[in-house]
Design a protein around this ligand. Structure first.
Ligand SMILES: [Zn+2]
Length: 373
């Protein structure tokens, strides 16, 4: 294998910290009548010893057009974030804003336009917003440089990311996926910003995905003082979690087998007891879990998903079909296994018939020995 060069600093020294073996591309949902086998590719996380950026080692997959619907939790968090940024005086009252969005949706632009900012696609901007966008760039150094170069004098760069410390603490190993090239700690992102002539000034935390951070950075020598206590507290959390060294990832790797076994055992026990289980949420994060756990349609006959674009397809790497919400009532399950726990409040409201028929929602992240206190 060619030596890997860090996607941010170019360094060659690093550790393989998480290895999920060979996995199908998680955005490649074949038609349900496609017998497979689906192509599989190595899925591995590498931690740079020089700058501390956790990153996808190789990615031979070609991203598919995302088909998901925008979860209400993401929309609510965006509104909350805009409120909090504005309340703390970090939202420019007017001027130009550019958004580097995520291919999975979740634009803040309508809210920012309503607050008097003018969206622009190119040229300098008073506010550059990146909401889960940067992680999708294979060349991290170039992608960050493109964003910082566009920040106008005295302007602000806002970067939102699912914190690496959260992934480690909550054992969210299935956050690792093809197409997501970087997994940021505040520590690593600070080093990347510094290399681009920027530094963090303040930050906000959100519960989204168990712990999401929005970081405000400005050009060195410009803008407001910092880092403030919010940033220092994130850096201290990173140090406690040991995000820059390989040891902290050992539990994450161990949990892959444990989580897969818990899922397989639970589904087997439900079937043995004669209880019907269906899945909910044909999300990319469910793909690696179902493959690791060797779950087929004998154990889980269907995964329900609200996105019309996913119906008639099947889960990658398995024979489990994806069906629309009408199947929820038709199949009269005893339990609905939820692959996207952030959706719990939303699906309970959207599908009251599930509980009315005596079924329960089961959080796949909280099965068996894995339950987090
Ligand atoms: Zn590096």
């Amino acid at each position: 294998m060619d030596e890997h060069a860090c996607r941010a600093c170019g360094g060659a020294a690093g550790h393989l910290v998480l290895d999920l073996g060979r996995q199908p591309a998680c955005d490649y949902f074949p038609r349900s009548d496609d017998p497979g086998p689906d192509p599989v590719y190595p899925l591995q996380m590498w931690l740079c010893s020089s700058c501390g950026l956790a990153q996808l080692l190789t990615d031979p997959t070609v991203p598919e057009e995302p088909r998901g619907t925008e979860p209400a939790a993401l929309v609510a968090q965006a509104a909350d974030a805009v409120e909090r940024v504005a309340a703390s005086g970090w939202m420019p009252g007017r001027g130009v804003v550019t958004e580097y969005g995520s291919p999975h949706g979740g634009s803040w632009l309508p809210m920012l336009a309503a607050r008097g900012l003018t969206p622009a696609e190119d040229g300098p901007a008073d506010l550059i917003l990146d909401c889960f966008g940067l992680m999708h760039a294979a060349d991290q150094r170039r992608a960050l440089a493109e964003r910082t170069a566009r920040v106008a004098a005295g302007g602000v760069l806002l970067l939102q990311y699912h914190a690496l410390g959260t992934i480690i603490r909550n054992r969210q190993w299935n956050a690792l996926r093809h197409g997501h090239y970087a997994y940021y700690s505040t520590t690593a992102l600070t080093a990347m910003l510094r290399a681009a002539g920027f530094s963090p000034r303040t930050a906000w935390r959100f519960d989204l995905y168990g712990g999401t951070v929005l970081l405000a950075a400005q050009r060195e020598g410009e803008g407001r003082p910092g880092p403030d206590d919010a940033v220092l507290s994130l850096l201290a959390d990173d140090a406690r979690a040991g995000v820059s060294g390989p040891d902290a990832f050992a539990d994450l790797q161990r949990d892959v087998r444990a989580h897969a076994k818990d899922l397989h055992d639970w589904l087997g026990a439900e079937r043995a007891a004669g209880r019907r289980v269906v899945g909910y949420g044909a999300a990319s994060r469910a793909v690696a879990l179902l493959c690791q756990a060797d779950v087929d349609r004998e154990l889980l006959p269907v995964v329900i998903d609200a996105s019309p674009a996913k119906q008639g397809l099947r889960m990658p790497g398995t024979d489990i079909p994806v069906a629309g919400p009408a199947e929820l009532a038709a199949r009269r399950p005893d339990a609905v296994l939820l692959f996207v726990p952030d959706l719990l409040a939303e699906v309970r409201t959207a599908f009251p018939e599930v509980e009315a028929q005596g079924a329960r929602w089961v959080d796949v992240e909280a099965l068996g020995s894995r339950r987090l206190e």
